[in-house]
Write a protein that binds this ligand. Structure first.
Ligand code: ATP
Ligand code: ZN
Length: 304
């Protein structure tokens, strides 16, 4: 099917995720925490949705943007790097965008970096003029080079990019980096980041006009609830009324707290949903400011 063709109406939603690799398991776990479950097919390429009509397609991550473009699936969970590379290559060929990032998902974080040999003193992008850069992301690299007004040779490699300088295939590389350990092992160092990436939910530019629209809205509502709660905790404590303003200042990440009168007019019980990490240090600061009986509780579900 051509990307511009209107996809056929369907009454089930189909989400493509990575079959294995870094994003497969967390993607599945995230969707499961939205209340989805599946009956797996024998070849495990297709999982039939049981609790809701939402099926999974298990594929290579690189295939996800194309499957979205062809209307084979409705949503995909894929690295921003892969989604944007697909878009950059299409744009380079004069083709319009066919899908977009709907939500960042908070896992699979990495950077697309230019990395140079350890011995280089990095002075800025102009240093790349006339050099050969090995990468699996030619579209994103070409776009960045054009923005920097640098002309360099792009050596496309589908894997093992980091050894290209040692093999004499390229002078520098443009590759994904998370801890940086692979770079160190290959006597390279990060010079500049051209993109911050993480796993994203990718989907259509326009809302669905059939039953999938309602399904998609429900899924997104649940997903937002899950993402919002990821680092959130319910904090409970008691304090004297006069200490409450100072205590609230220590809780800038708290949603509108609930205050209840406990005994007389002076003791209040406070409960607040906090979105930042509730470390021991923070609890000790709260205690010093007058909080008593501090409790931190996990929040399992939330529907705004
Ligand atoms: P597939 O077999 O599906 O093609 P793959 O080998 O291309 O798998 P993975 O290595 O599992 O893919 O990486 C998938 C995604 O994980 C990347 O596109 C990127 O968004 C993210 N990621 C996070 N950290 C890293 C990293 N250090 N190196 C590579 N990818 C990373
Ligand atoms: Zn891949």
């Amino acid at each position: 099917m051509s990307p511009s063709a209107v996809p056929a109406a369907r009454d089930r939603l189909r989400i493509a995720i990575q079959k294995s690799g870094r994003l497969g398991e967390p993607a599945r776990a995230l969707l499961a925490s939205c209340g989805l479950s599946w009956r797996e097919s024998r070849d495990k390429l297709f999982c039939y949705g049981e609790t809701l009509p939402v099926d999974l397609l298990l594929v290579r991550d690189d295939d996800i943007p194309g499957l979205l473009a062809d209307g084979v699936c409705d949503y995909g969970i894929v690295g921003r790097n892969v989604l944007e590379e697909f878009a950059a290559e299409r744009a380079g060929g004069g083709k319009p965008a066919v899908s977009k990032e709907i939500r960042p998902l908070g896992f699979g974080g990495c950077r697309l970096d230019i990395a140079v040999p350890d011995a280089w003193e990095w002075e800025g992008p102009q240093q790349l003029q006339g050099k050969r850069i090995a990468t699996s992301y030619p579209g994103l690299l070409a776009k960045w080079l054009a923005e920097q007004q640098v002309e360099a040779g792009v050596v496309m490699l589908s894997g093992s990019v980091e050894i290209a300088p040692r093999l004499g295939q390229a002078d520098v590389i443009c590759d994904l980096v998370s801890s940086g350990a692979t770079l160190v092992a290959n006597q390279l160092k990060p010079a500049v980041t051209i993109m911050q990436s993480e796993a994203v939910l990718a989907g259509p530019l326009q809302p669905f006009s059939d039953i999938r629209g309602e399904l998609a809205q429900m899924l997104l509502r649940r997903l937002d609830g899950v993402l919002r709660l990821k680092d959130s905790r319910l904090l409970m404590f008691q304090a004297q009324r006069k200490e409450v303003p100072a205590l609230l200042e220590l809780l800038p990440d708290a949603e509108q707290p609930t205050l209840l009168q406990v005994d007389g007019a002076d003791t209040l019980a406070l409960q607040a949903l906090c979105h930042g990490a509730m470390t021991w240090q923070r609890l000790e600061d709260l205690k010093r400011a007058g909080a008593r009986g501090l409790m931190v509780l996990p929040v399992e579900r939330m529907l705004a």
